[in-house]
Write a protein that binds this ligand. Structure first.
Ligand SMILES: [Zn+2]
Length: 323
């Protein structure tokens, strides 16, 4: 599960160079230049549309993307993961907790004094890293989510804390050799159709397996907001892990696309914090083209190809692009 490229939509050759650079085979000066170029463009220009909230934490950047909805962004690590704090009149929901490199609890404590529930878009390492800092964690219950709740060892995530993955020094006390995903306790199980009531905002769980079997989306039907996790973001969507089920993903992206006419905004889990709902319709159509063999694969690294479309793409195993 070690990550080997960023979530960027850069040309494949650049990602390829960074990949080889990251695993230490080709630490050439051109790769260094590309990595520096990547870092120089962070945070992404899309963030200039939002008000940046000052915090004392230097690892995360916090943006208020809607009133009482905070995007907690990790712009200095190649996953560019985004967690969201959604604050209601009674309580708050933290949707994902990032890589576990920075102190996300400190950020949350600065933003709200209300009781906080943690819910993960899915249990990949880059979304559950700060779970251990919280004692109220709700989760869907699958073998994958339960396994990941027991923690992920350093050897599986060490690349995530390597210099090649970072655009600034790690927070103090964190090293590449010590970084791990710490275990956490799921305090309540949830499932499809459950509603989390924050007082003035209700959030419905949509269990949309595919990217992983525990992937969910969060729907605020009244506001027309959809948190998509890793099932959709503006970048190459990773569908090459063994835990990905392409047939399930096809159904899930179709389900999300059907919601698009009722939506006002998407809040994805990587790269940019607010996306246009119509992109879901494009993603559904594009994924169908891929599965039908009508899209052109571009080689990325051994055994992995990408299919690029306008605003997003699909990163897939070369031998697993069709049903
Ligand atoms: Zn993921």
């Amino acid at each position: 599960m070690t990550a080997i490229s960023t979530r960027d939509n850069r040309p494949p050759d650049i990602v390829f160079v960074i990949f080889w650079f990251a695993i230490g085979f080709a630490p050439c000066s051109s790769a260094q230049v590309e990595l520096e170029g990547f870092c120089a463009n962070l945070p992404r220009p899309a963030y200039s549309a939002f008000e940046k909230h000052h915090t004392s934490n230097e690892w995360f950047e916090v943006y208020e993307v809607e009133p009482n909805i905070w995007a907690i962004y990790e712009p200095f690590q190649w996953q560019e993961v985004i967690s969201y704090l959604i604050v209601g009149t009674d309580s708050a929901l933290l949707f994902d907790t990032g890589n576990g490199l920075g102190d996300i609890r400190a950020i949350v404590d600065q933003l709200t004094k209300k009781p906080v529930t943690v819910l993960n878009s899915h249990s990949h390492f880059d979304h559950i890293g700060g779970n251990y800092q919280f004692d109220n964690i709700v989760s869907v219950s699958t073998a994958f989510s339960l396994a990941n709740s027991r923690g992920i060892q350093n050897e599986m995530v060490t690349t995530e804390a390597s210099s090649e993955a970072l655009c600034k020094a790690l927070p103090s006390g964190v090293t590449q050799g010590s970084h791990q995903i710490k275990p956490y306790t799921i305090t309540r199980k949830i499932s499809e159709g459950d509603v989390i009531d924050l007082g003035d905002r209700k959030l419905e769980i949509l269990h949309i397996s595919g990217h992983t079997d525990d992937s969910i989306a969060l729907l605020d039907a009244e506001a027309g907001f959809l948190w998509t996790g890793d099932s959709f973001y503006e970048g190459p969507i990773w569908l090459y892990f063994p835990e990905t089920d392409l047939a399930a993903y096809r159904k899930s992206i179709a389900r999300l696309a059907a919601l698009a006419p009722q939506l006002n905004a998407l809040f994805p889990a990587h790269n940019t914090p607010k996306a246009v709902p119509a992109l879901l319709l494009g993603a559904q159509q594009a994924f169908d083209l891929v599965l039908e063999g009508k899209a052109e694969p571009v080689p990325m690294w051994e055994g992995v190809v990408t299919f690029q479309f306008d605003g997003f793409g699909f990163l897939m195993r070369e031998d697993n692009t069709q049903l």
